[in-house]
Design a protein around this ligand. Structure first.
Ligand code: FAD
Ligand code: SF4
Ligand code: SF4
Length: 477
């Protein structure tokens, strides 16, 4: 079936010198010809290891075979059986660690570009025939509240509405989509894609209530009085700080605040959009952290005109948790990397504005509990580096409002809701949870998988009202 197993088409993208001047998507997507060429490389393995690498077991060989045969609509339908947001996952899944990592071809040449093909198929469907509104089963008369409209909440809501339940999603912000909307920038994930998916859910009957903070406007107990079941998918949106002197200075942001102001409130259009952000044009901007959030922040700063947009990371490139593709893109965009440094103090001017950071140079020691080599300070290797803006992107904790206003809900020491793995049920009858609020900051596909696992369990619970013994057939999350 395959032609040349070595030739994986590169993803076409905007040139680096052009894209740093706009917020448009960097990757442009495969053409039909490229997608077919790539699909033909797939060996259609009898025991497809790629599927084992996918957290939701997408039927990879089947959808790729449909691409080979020009059956793009079938390919989209096959994808959507397991993955409610293929256009999103094709773009942001860490495929190199998941499905593509296990593709047999990775041993002899390059793995099949499963993510690129997934993106192609989902985009083809949206652009050519539109996303189909799923068939809805007869109404059960049961009502479910979904708290949070990120990938966990959206996929839970989508499955439940198809099962015939009445679903209302409550979202704290004025826009829906969770991190897909307020966190991941437009140049990696166009917001139009997320909007279209949400429109389909609305057409299928899901009700969305925006600007509604559960725990403040209405408690969990109150929700349980008017709904038969509640799913909590409120994510991990509480930023961690460095907790070093000077972190209060003007010009220092958490990555969450910075990205939200840009993505959600379009601060780069100030004063047309009334959300100011410190001007970064021709300035030196430092981003502290090494994950996707740090890279999204530093590349955003570059697009805002920063002269030097620099990652400060206390380990080396090899230990960076960010996606490899994003590190490459950042390198192409002249993002600077200052490895093996840890900030110890921010310094300000007489008006309270950031003017420099004092850093400690580090070296790598033995691996720590995460398996990565531990950064250790090099004695006396301390220096001041001039910066005019800083973004702290060192991770997020669980959103605390619900657990604080529902003290009977069991959470761990970090505020993550405790659930039974298979069913996603909490200790409160009728209440389920999933996504980052359970796992801590993880991935889109894991959050979606958890939302779908919870939907199956909620359906069983609503049908037989047996809380203790909900039986679900699917794999654990
Ligand atoms: P979220 O997406 O956080 O959604 C939770 C929603 O709940 C939010 O909309 C929030 O406003 C709402 N909410 C919170 N509290 C309340 C309340 N009390 N009442 C009502 N609503 C509430 N993952 C990848 O796989 N690939 C990537 O490339 C990637 N890049 C990332 C880049 C950034 C900048 C960030 C921050 C994360 C990234 N992630 C990535 C991680 C991924 O986005 C998350 O794991 C995923 O979004 C978690 O989904 P969720 O539904 O659990 O929560
Ligand atoms: Fe790969 Fe993610 Fe698609 Fe699964 S959902 S096949 S891991 S890109
Ligand atoms: Fe195709 Fe690779 Fe999966 Fe085999 S492992 S079916 S070659 S994608």
């Amino acid at each position: 079936m395959y032609k040349n197993i070595n030739a994986r088409p590169a993803m076409p993208s905007q040139k680096a010198e052009d894209r740093i001047k706009n917020f448009d998507e960097v990757n442009l997507g495969y053409t039909v010809e490229m997608a077919k060429l790539e699909a033909e490389r797939c060996l259609q393995c009898k025991k497809p290891l790629c599927v084992e690498g996918c957290p939701v077991s997408v039927k990879i060989p089947e959808f790729i075979a449909a691409v080979v045969e020009d059956r793009f609509e079938d390919a989209a339908n096959i994808l959507r059986q397991d993955n409610a947001l293929p256009a999103v996952c094709g773009r942001v899944c860490p495929q190199e660690e998941q499905c593509e990592n296990l593709c047999v071809l990775s041993h002899r040449s390059k793995p099949i570009a499963i993510g690129n093909l997934e993106r192609f198929v989902a985009d083809w469907q949206r652009e050519n025939i539109g996303i189909q509104v799923p068939e809805i089963q007869t109404s059960t008369g049961k009502k479910v509240a979904v708290v949070g409209s990120g990938p966990a909440g959206l996929s839970c809501a989508g499955d439940l509405v198809q099962m015939g339940h009445e679903v209302t999603v409550f979202e704290a912000l004025h826009e829906l989509g969770g991190v897909l909307t307020y966190g991941i920038p437009e140049f990696r994930l166009p917001k139009e894609i997320v909007k279209k998916e949400i429109e389909v859910l609305e057409k299928a009957g899901v009700k969305f209530v925006r600007n509604y903070i559960v725990g403040v406007i209405e408690t969990l107990d109150e929700l349980l009085e008017r709904f038969d079941s509640v799913f909590i998918g409120v994510g991990a949106g509480l930023p961690y700080f460095l907790n070093i002197p000077g972190e209060h200075l003007n010009g220092i942001y958490s990555a969450n605040e910075f990205l939200t102001r840009i993505n959600l409130m379009k601060a780069y259009k100030f004063p047309e959009n009334d959300t100011p952000i410190v001007t970064m044009k021709d300035k030196s901007v430092a981003v502290f952290g090494g994950g996707n959030t740090a890279l999204d922040s530093v590349r955003t700063a570059k697009r805002l005109g920063a002269k030097h947009a620099t990652i400060f990371y206390r380990r080396t490139e090899a230990e960076m948790p960010a996606r490899i593709e994003e590190i490459h893109h950042a390198q192409e965009e002249d993002i600077e990397f200052n490895f093996l440094v840890a900030p110890i103090k921010f310094n300000g001017d007489e008006n309270g504005w950031l003017k420099s950071v004092t850093i400690q140079r580090m070296q790598l020691g033995e691996p720590d509990s995460s398996g990565r080599r531990r950064p250790l300070p090099i004695p006396d290797a301390i220096e001041d580096i001039q910066i005019e803006a800083a973004i702290v992107a060192i991770g997020n904790g669980s959103n605390p409002i619900i657990s604080q206003t529902s003290p009977n809900l069991n959470v761990n020491q970090w505020g993550n809701i405790l659930v039974e793995k298979k069913t996603m049920k909490t200790n409160i009858p009728g209440v389920f949870a999933g996504g980052d609020i359970v796992t801590g900051g993880a991935t889109v596909i894991l959050a979606m998988g958890a939302g779908r696992a919870a939907a199956r369990a909620i359906d069983k619970y609503l049908k037989n009202k047996q809380w203790e013994t909900i039986e679900v057939e699917q794999a654990e999350w």
